[in-house]
Design a protein around this ligand. Sequence first.
Ligand SMILES: [Zn+2]
Ligand SMILES: [Zn+2]
Length: 267
Amino acid sequence: MTDTKGGFLSVEDDPWNKSMSTGTSANSSTAEQKPAHISATEWERLQVRKKLEKNKAGPFEPGLSVLADPTTRKRCRECGSVEIDFVWEEVFRCAVCNPCKEKYPEKYSLLTKTECKEDYLLTDPELKDQELLPHLSKPNPHKSHWHDMMLFLRYQVEDYAFNHKWGSAEALDAEFERREAEKKRRKEAKFKEKLLDLKRKTRTEAFRRNNAMAGAGEGGSRPAKFGDAIGGRERHVHEWGRAVENEDGMTVKKCVSCGMEVEELEL
Ligand SMILES: [Zn+2]
Ligand SMILES: [Zn+2]
């Protein structure tokens, strides 16, 4: 038993799985008091294990533990080898040998929770439901204080996503496309809103400027209208200067006669 000091017991170290692969029960204790050399977590695990063993439940169910019997012995679902991965057998209920895992990555590669969410549009509640989709818990290799990584078996994820959740691979694709289109639509709507805002702002700014100038020129007798000539009767036509970058990093151009600034948008 190696203590990773991160509060994790790796799958390989789990005595539960050891008992699955060798059929021994070396760790089953008869003492009711926790021996000093066993951690509290480990003690709790052993108690649960003892109970299951006593009730012939879980992995101690007859038929699962009878590894020696050639008729009931689990074999690789691909090649029939008896050298299956017992951790996978227990966690995923999938009997497969290591060479076959390598040989058929389209079935037996492991997917992270993020991949399941992004590629198969599955949700957190679905992924946390062990009955729906079993997963292996692996300590995060880089960040020991992070949550354990949840790893899912590809063919099980695909079966659930295609056949139970979305109906087919095509239906999943369609849903994916729909969401992408929706994202794009929302982004465009946001951009249009921003553009409209800018137009409003520019108009208000021009009005304020004209108003102030008209007020100064005519003693505030009449409010200037947008587009009014400054201090005169004629309609003002802006004379735009060269586009320059202002301090906010926006490209702006300024009317040389009234000073109005407009932002230039790259569309
Ligand atoms: Zn095999
Ligand atoms: Zn102008």
